[in-house]
Design a protein around this ligand. Sequence first.
Ligand code: NAD
Ligand code: WQD
Length: 372
Amino acid sequence: MAVGTVLVTGGTGYIGSFTALALLENDYDVVIVDNLYNSSKVAVDRIELICGKRPAFYEVDVTDEAALDKVFAAHPEIDSVIHFAALKAVGESGEIPLEYYRVNVGGSISLLRSMSRANVTNIVFSSSATVYGDATRFPDMIPIPEHCPIGPTNTYGRTKTMIETVITDQVEAQRNNNKKAGKSFDQWNGALLRYFNPCGAHPSGIMGEDPQGVPFNLLPLLGKVATGEREKLLVFGDDYASKDGTAIRDYIHVLDLAKGHLAALNYLREHKPGVRAWNLGSGRGSTVFEMIKAFSKVVGRDLPYEVVDRRQGDVLDLTANPALANKELGWKTELTLEDACADLWRWVENNPKGYRQDPPAKFLEALKAKTS
Ligand code: NAD
Ligand code: WQD
């Protein structure tokens, strides 16, 4: 018997697919909706290959409320939602802001409206450390705690901040309205999970990030330098106030991040806290040069790079203070960025076409040997 059934929006995407896997591995049933804008249905097959269970999948756009209503009607057992579906390219968000507000904010409103009709009352939301903007503008806010004032510096970050507000208002309103009507109210809950820099792949070597377009994050780009698809990495600035002049980020393995969603969902179901925000990060800050070194080490040779100007909108330091999630959720990162580099390289080196090729036979055999 499943402990619950979760609708995962954006569940064929990078973080969504790893979270769907973690849910299935922990006895939840999973229903995925995704419009495949930035992902492939093959992710569903890989989830099944790893855990032996297959999530239900619907090709649905989250801005299509009627289609969401149909999914909830087909699965009355759904009791919670983990909401990943979004556009996420920071640069692009400044060029086509209305599309980002339509999909990210509009899609979240459609989802909440549909949830409310279906009486599905727990939502875990993919927020981002980007909502904090430049935390170094305040004294003593690095590592960043949840009470650090919000101040996103780009359109993408503003959509995340807005969705946090929309979810908070909706959960509070549903609670108040039910209270006034003398009905139970504490079934309405929301988790705002502010991820730092997710990275890595599945250690089996058959599941990883496979975006439809060109990657813009540091580690996937380093992967492309290692395979020779790119000549060198461009380092965006070495004149920051860090120990080696490059910017500091908190890199978190996607397997740890997926477990953080499970912990947050379980907390909502058990403690019924209303809306809570949690940072999901390791608490360890690493510079760009340190990341190049760590990835070069797993590849086995020095990867070429060139220092260029700072990238517009980048900030010096985004390192999490994850103490609240450690304490309340009983969750902390277990894997290191060295693990993430090794897992990412195994994925990239052996799957040059990502999900557009069969998984390597040696990895499938190893998986079979493990599960039999
Ligand atoms: P991703 O692009 O791999 O996953 C997003 C998924 O949403 C994709 O599968 C895409 O096809 C789907 N999607 C997009 N628009 C949709 C729509 N209108 N209807 C239905 N599905 C739609 O990205 P990811 O890295 O897995 O990110 C997942 C979530 O986490 C996003 O909300 C993102 O903003 C957030 N986040 C990501 C990072 C990161 O660095 N990867 C950091 C912080 C927060
Ligand atoms: C990491 C570091 C770059 C590429 C972004 C979003 C954030 C969140 C995570 C979604 C920075 C440097 C990078 C390159 C470089 N996503 N870099 N050369 O910018 O910390 O965060 O992804 O919510 O919202 O903004 O991640 O991987 O792009 O950059 O020098 O070619 O690597 O300057 O210091 P970022 P990133």
